[in-house]
Write a protein that binds this ligand. Sequence first.
Ligand code: 9D3
Length: 229
Amino acid sequence: MMRIDVLTLFPEAFESIFASSIVQRAQKKDLLRIVLTNIRDFAQDNYNSVDDKPYGGGPGMVMMPGPVFDCFEHVEKLSSEKGPVILLTPQGRKFGQKKAVELSKEKRLILITGRYEGFDERIRIGLGAEQISIGDFVLSGGELAAMVVIDAVVRLLEGAIGDESSAGDDSFSEGLLEYPQYTRPEVFRDMKVPDILLSGDHEKIAQWRRQMALERTKKHRPDLLKNNF
Ligand code: 9D3
């Protein structure tokens, strides 16, 4: 059983992950429990402030430490299971399949997502949080990034995926891009399915697929062959 706590200013934004069949199956089978907690419920002033201007000046607003710490201390106590505390930030280490596999082995994850220009530095330090980014592009907040991490992790949980697909089958788990796939019809708008796939020669088919996967990876993602996995 994995418990994922999410600390966020926009719990409503996470509703869509509960619509995912994998998340539904995992929660029904008691492999997973996702609990959302609104950081704003831990605001400490009459305006329910969770952000303020940066000391030293500059653009935007910064997430205040008080509400995040209080929220964290409340959430931490909701379960006795221990696990990594993850802050979703553009400054974090880049998320990938290797990290997803690592996180999938934990009993508990505590994800903290922010809005505004960033977190007060004392949040990173005080919570002993690991920082994760999902890539080099600018999002409006950490919510989508947390959902990406949750989706990648949950589909690796034993029993979360039905027989129709296998998590270990993903080409990324071998460090190569997927080979070309075809289904019916045999000819579509003058484009024919490669003869080899219709040959019934499983040895030759496997060989062809390996070759195609390698060629595609070389062409589109040469970085993968230099092994970042
Ligand atoms: C001008 C400096 N910006 C940092 C690159 C400010 C800034 C932009 C976007 C601060 C926070 C955000 C909101 N993004 C996230 O919280 C975030 C994120 C992302 O934007 N890209 C990739 N991964 C992530 S994880 C969290």
